[in-house]
Design a protein around this ligand. Structure first.
Ligand code: CA
Length: 181
């Protein structure tokens, strides 16, 4: 009997602490959005490097619908079938807000040429990136300045990198442009 009472009390304490922790996390997320992985809205978005369009999933739009939306063009050209070439994340891989990048084709074998450039990651992810995952035979470099100008701070400092779980203190939360090779 006594053990049951102790167990019940312990469970009550645990539940209370979980609720407290949840409340504290929610409060922190809305008041300190600047750290890696704590982007205020944690939006999941898609950008297409060829159409220049970006869309985000929300209450009315699934990520699948966003992919289709950015693949078309406002001039009414036929929908394409783009491929997923990279995803940047506000937190470590798979965490926080994200931006999935689509291009017209996989990256080429050469890992020194430029296959695609996403000139501006958009307001939801600007200066938020902490990590990136590559797909479609691509390697990636992230740049501080829009349109990836030479001389801009970048990661890696030269060349291109495969999937990276942290872009380093120097480039954390600074990425505006993403380039694939
Ligand atoms: Ca930047």
């Amino acid at each position: 009997m006594r053990r049951v009472l102790i167990g019940t009390a312990a469970a009550g304490v645990l539940l209370t602490s979980l609720l407290t922790a949840t409340s504290a996390t929610a409060a922190e997320a809305t008041s300190t959005p600047t750290d890696a992985g704590s982007s205020q809205l944690q939006l999941h978005c898609v950008a297409d490097v060829d159409t220049g369009l970006t869309a985000c999933a929300d209450d009315d739009t699934t990520i699948a619908e966003a992919r289709i939306a950015v693949a078309g063009t406002s001039s009414g050209l036929a929908l394409r079938s783009p491929v997923h070439v990279a995803t940047i994340y506000a937190g470590f891989l798979g965490q926080g807000g994200s931006l999935e990048i689509q291009a017209g084709a996989d990256c080429t074998v050469s890992k020194t040429n430029i296959d695609w450039t996403l000139g501006n990651v958009g307001s939801a992810m600007n200066d938020e990136t902490s990590s990136f995952q590559v797909y479609g035979n691509c390697r990636v470099a992230v740049y501080d300045a829009a349109y990836c100008p030479s001389g801009s701070a970048r990661y890696p400092s030269t060349g291109y990198a495969g999937t990276t779980n942290y872009v380093g203190d120097a480039m954390n939360d600074r990425t505006t442009c993403v380039r694939g090779s």
